[in-house]
Design a protein. Structure first.
Length: 339
């Protein structure tokens, strides 16, 4: 039977399959614990529910960037075979950028799910990163994630998202606020203020819209009050429900479960989606009527995406559609390359 991804998603199938949480750590002990936690939670949920991004930009001590890049490469190589491990390198105009890429991608590119490039200002920065990655890597078309952190980058978000190697755009809240020279108050960086200041909300919406226009994944920024679970839960829920984000950063292990909960569909929605998709498949994806409501491929696409999000957040998949999620692990669109 034809897989729903082949029937329903089109170009979106190439970049839409990412865990909803991207967990960052840059200190060796925390990086190791993050990889261990990823393996433990994969056993718990039956799927990888978050990426681990090993951080060079904020993790490397000044003057020891080369040694830190070597550490990141080593940890990526030591990770479990099924681990989803990424690396955040320095910005393309930083003196350590070329060495970061040469070391990490050159030694461990085949173990990376993507490379995160911070402070991307334009497509030219993406092209520079692409050249460096391809020069160092034996892995074809290693996906690139970019961090949008300035008003100018927000202005160019649609152009950046259109680049075929870009898989996801993230929003860098604190750098974005500070780039305004005091025009946005410090409250704009808080868990509450980032959802009320018009310039911050506008930037988030532009990034989400750019991603959805080009079938890419919008990833929401961090909540720095990592001990305040309620604040994190509220921010994650608003990012998912109001702003169109399908992924979010974590900077502390305690943030992972609330992000999964916020981005997971409700069980009632999962059951409805499974019933509609199973009935549609039996009808060879022709239009159907269910409960007096017409459904066709437009609504099938929506309900299949509900099921994919349920799978990515470790929710139980109803028996009628469960077989597709065994096949999903080996579907071409879920592999590392976006092309």
């Amino acid at each position: 039977m034809t897989h729903p991804r082949d029937v329903l998603l089109g170009a979106q199938a190439q970049t839409g399959f990412l865990p909803v949480c991207d967990h960052y750590s840059g200190v060796e002990a925390r990086m190791r614990k993050s990889l261990q936690l990823q393996a433990e939670m994969e056993q718990e949920f039956g799927t990888c529910v978050f990426d681990v991004t090993l951080d060079c930009e904020d993790g490397a001590p000044v003057g020891l960037e080369a040694a830190h890049a070597q550490l990141v490469a080593r940890l990526a190589l030591e990770a479990a075979p099924a681990a989803r491990v990424a690396a955040r390198v320095h910005a393309v105009d930083h003196p350590a950028f070329e060495d970061d890429v040469a070391t990490i991608v050159g030694e461990a590119g085949h173990r990376l799910c993507h490379v995160m490039v911070p402070k991307v200002e334009s497509v030219d920065d993406v092209l520079r990163a692409e050249r460096a990655i391809d020069s160092a890597s034996s892995t074809p078309a290693l996906p690139i994630h970019v961090l949008i952190e300035s008003p100018a980058a927000v202005h160019r978000a649609f152009e950046i998202a259109a680049h075929p190697r870009v898989q996801s755009l993230s929003f860098g809240l604190m750098d974005f606020v500070s780039a305004h020279g005091g025009a946005i108050p410090a409250t704009g960086m808080t868990s509450a203020g980032q959802f009320s200041h018009p310039l911050v909300v506008r930037a988030k919406l532009e990034i989400a819209a750019a991603c959805h226009a080009h079938g890419k994944v919008p990833s929401h920024c961090v909540v720095t009050e990592f001990t305040h679970t309620d604040a994190l839960q509220a921010a994650a829920s608003r990012a998912a429900d109001e702003l169109g984000y399908t992924r979010m950063w974590s900077i502390h292990p305690a943030q992972i479960h609330p992000i999964l909960q916020a981005f997971a569909p409700r069980q009632d929605d999962i059951e409805i989606a499974a019933k509609i998709i199973a009935t549609a498949a039996d009808a060879d994806w022709a239009p159907i009527s269910m409960g007096g409501t017409l459904h066709d491929r437009a609504s099938y696409r929506f309900y299949w995406q509900v099921l994919e999000r349920a799978h990515r957040t470790g929710r139980a998949i109803p028996p009628a559609v469960r077989h597709w999620f065994g096949a999903l692990a080996t579907h071409p669109s879920t592999q590392k390359s976006p092309a």
